[in-house]
Write a protein of this length. Structure first.
Length: 75
């Protein structure tokens, strides 16, 4: 029995829509994605344009005199 057959059988027995369930779980994962500050590992509020460098507000203020160099993370 192949994986595809097993999934079909599960879908029928449990009366669930596997595509919908997978999509729901992927959406949860995307929402939970948090960016961490590269200095203190706290949740970040800003990032440096063109890089994957993320900063919390405290560390951003310590290392950049002007927050205008950074972009605010949209949530």
């Amino acid at each position: 029995m192949t994986l595809k057959d097993s999934l079909k059988e599960l879908e029928i027995k449990e009366k669930i829509n596997l595509k919908r369930e997978v999509k729901k779980e992927l959406t949860k994962i995307k929402k939970e994605k948090k960016y961490k500050c590269i200095i203190c590992m706290e949740e970040s509020d800003y990032y440096l344009k063109g890089t994957n460098d993320y900063y919390c507000k405290k560390c951003a203020l310590e290392h950049f005199s002007n927050l205008g160099h950074l972009k605010k993370i949209r949530r």
